[in-house]
Ligand binder design. Sequence first.
Ligand SMILES: [Cu+2]
Length: 141
Amino acid sequence: MVATARYGRRMLRSLFVLALVTVSFTACKKEAAKQANPAPATVTTGTVGSDGVRRIAIEASKAGYTPDRVPGKPGEKLTLVFTRTFEADCISQLKTPDGKLVDLPMNKPVEVAVTVPQTGELGFACGMDMFHGVVVAQPSS
Ligand SMILES: [Cu+2]
């Protein structure tokens, strides 16, 4: 009888841990789902550095990437400057447009060079592929 009670308590504890893990995972998913819905894309034109390369500051926060849409001329070289301002594993890693995984330390700008594609768009994402942003080819009109 005593053995059964002890076993039961252990079961309860592992169930509790499992529930905790599930809850935190769901929370992250929910944020991503919110991101997928309406919320109009945020856009910026950035600033031009002394080397003539356009620099676009992108904040990685609870809401994902701001801006999450970076238009540019086909073939244009850009420097994306990511700054993470939110404490979460979810967004602490960045999958760059060329597929590299880069750490984003809190409040420390990280530069990522990218070339605007000839057509279409080039994506970047958080390490878990939940939050997304794009570099979009915008042929001059
Ligand atoms: Cu994530």
